[in-house]
Design a protein around this ligand. Structure first.
Ligand code: HEM
Length: 512
């Protein structure tokens, strides 16, 4: 159902402060009484507006100029990804500055309920989109310039036959990200955006994400709490115990630590966004766990199946890390952000290079961030994960058959989003060199195998088995063959999410 947007939406837009001001206190109260973000106990809380204002002032960061999705993480309740082609560049550019820019939600605005808009709006552009706008600058990222399709074969290992055709084509110029607490709000704001753009764009694809219902809120579709271990970022968040503190420049262009020294000035405080539509075959995953359940004599069959899943992921479904609680779940630990990320795979009297009794080397969590398993600890290959589940819950019929339905309306998965200042060092690196690399981490007696959740053989071939070792705590050399994909890439694209001032001064057409 499409609703006409409410007066409060207009009012909210009208009350927005000029970006470029660091005075978040001047934001006017809105009609919102409940947050558009979710906040399960396990996830790190966002800084308050005052905390963030003070941390950002210390490093000269302007949170009113940075699009809100970049630093917020996996906290959206409902989020629509609306992919578009620009069909009238001049009209689009003029409407971008006058109509759309006041709707774009900066970070500062999301930190308190009473400053949040009805629907948060962000926008990001592909290289083709920038070309369509007449922007010819080199942004200093060849993955972005060439598009995700160029990464498919050797880097991501996707089978393009599974891709939504739109991602393999040339029609995606940009994406609007519309986030709210209800889909009606999202749809109303989409109508507003489309009206403002007045036919200058056409929709080429869209994907509606939503947090899972009830107690599953914050959990991805396999059932695991997600979004706990995003890094703390200098100038924004205060680190929790165990949370790695990383330079702003790993995520925001032109900030301290950006690996690319020379970029066009207007790209400062923008970020590259990697989008992936990752289908999850949940009934098949559940069946695999039952069929290959571990054999701890003190656990029931169900618990042994659950233990296998926890060891494949590196966390229990509750979010408790297996490194801290290796045999049984600990929901109290899981719900405590002071403790649930406070581990690095070291234990006294324990050889981190050989001992997998707590956490397998092949666990998704450990493959994508080995923490103290690398010396020195890696500080270059990190991402902010900001995705959201999409698709409905598993139906009774699918559960009974242990097979995902082929009905496209029942497809479910993760609308996977990461932000980084260098895609080849961020998302693409993690997928290629760690997840898809059976020999990472290296120098092990038995190769760990590829990531049992997201790893592929790296060649994009169908039906190649994955052979993780270390999943059985009693026999770390035992290999469990996974002869199917639980996560299937349906494609994606790389985007640039510019600062609000870049939208105004470089991307928009400013008619005097
Ligand atoms: C459908 C696909 C995926 C699922 C179901 C999934 C699920 C999860 C879960 C449950 C966690 C633990 C929660 C947390 O610590 O925040 C996690 C952590 C993580 N995932 Fe994924 N993930 C998926 C895809 C990916 C991909 C494609 C990448 C990168 C190539 C990735 C990188 C990470 C990283 C970096 C962490 C945090 C590791 C740490 O800092 O300890 N994930 N994922």
């Amino acid at each position: 159902m499409r609703l006409t947007f409410s007066l409060s939406l207009f009012a909210a837009a009208a009350l927005q402060p000029a970006f470029g001001s660091t005075n978040v206190v001047s934001l006017k109260p809105r009609t919102r009484t409940n947050s558009l973000l979710i906040s399960p106990a396990a996830l790190p809380a966002l800084p308050s507006a005052q905390q963030a204002a003070s941390a950002s002032a210390d490093v000269g960061l302007n949170l009113t100029d940075i699009q809100g999705d970049i630093l917020i993480g996996m906290k959206k309740n409902k989020e629509l990804f609306f992919f578009f082609t620009i069909v009238n560049s001049t009209l689009f550019r003029s409407q971008l500055g006058s109509g759309i820019l006041p709707l774009i939600t900066p970070t500062s605005q999301l930190l308190a309920v009473d400053t949040q808009p009805t629907t948060a709006v962000n926008v990001a552009f592909s290289q083709r989109g920038l070309n369509a706008l007449g922007i010819t600058d080199d942004l200093g990222d060849s993955s972005f310039a060439n598009g995700q399709i160029d990464n498919v074969a050797t880097i991501l290992g996707d089978e393009t036959s599974n891709w939504e055709p739109v991602f393999a084509g040339s029609g995606i110029h940009g994406v609007f990200l519309l986030a709210s607490d209800t889909i009606d709000n999202v749809n109303a704001t989409l109508s507003q955006v489309q009206n403002l753009l007045n036919g200058s764009i056409t929709e080429v694809y869209s994907l509606q994400g939503q947090a899972r219902p009830g107690d599953e809120q914050g959990h991805e579709h396999f059932g695991f709490m997600d979004g706990i271990s995003n890094p703390a970022i200098t100038g924004f968040s205060t680190p929790l115990p165990g949370q790695q503190v990383l330079d702003l420049g790993l995520f925001l262009l032109g900030e301290s630590g950006d690996p690319v020294v020379s970029r066009p000035a207007w790209t400062k405080d923008g970020s590259f966004m990697a989008f992936r539509q990752l289908q999850q075959r949940v009934p098949e995953f559940n069946k695999f766990l039952v069929d290959n359940a571990l054999s701890n004599p003190n656990l029931t069959a169900d618990q042994n199946a659950e233990l296998l899943g926890a060891r494949m992921m590196g966390r229990w479904k509750s979010g408790a890390p297996v490194d801290l609680t290796p045999i049984v779940d600990d929901p109290v630990l899981a719900a405590d952000p002071q403790r649930n990320n406070d581990f690095n795979y070291t234990h006294s009297g324990f050889d981190i290079d050989t001992d997998q009794t707590h956490c397998p080397f092949s666990a998704h969590l450990r493959k994508t961030n080995p923490r103290a398993g690398l010396t020195p600890e890696d500080t270059a290959n990190h991402i902010i994960r900001a995705g959201i589940p999409y698709g409905p819950e598993v139906t009774d019929a699918e559960s009974a058959a242990n097979v995902s339905s082929t009905d496209p309306t029942l497809e479910r998965g993760l609308a996977f989003v990461t932000y980084q200042s260098d895609i080849a060092n961020g998302f693409a690196f993690l997928q290629q060199f760690w997840a898809n690399n059976a020999n990472f981490p290296g120098a092990k007696a038995t190769p760990p195998g590829v990531d049992p959740i997201i790893g592929t053989d790296g060649l994009g071939q169908a039906d190649v088995s994955r052979n993780p070792s270390g999943l059985d705590p009693n026999d770390s050399t035992k290999i469990i063959t996974i002869d199917q994909d639980f996560v299937v890439s349906r494609g994606g694209e790389y985007f640039f999410s510019p600062s609000l001032s870049a939208i105004q001064n470089t991307l928009a057409l400013n008619v005097a």
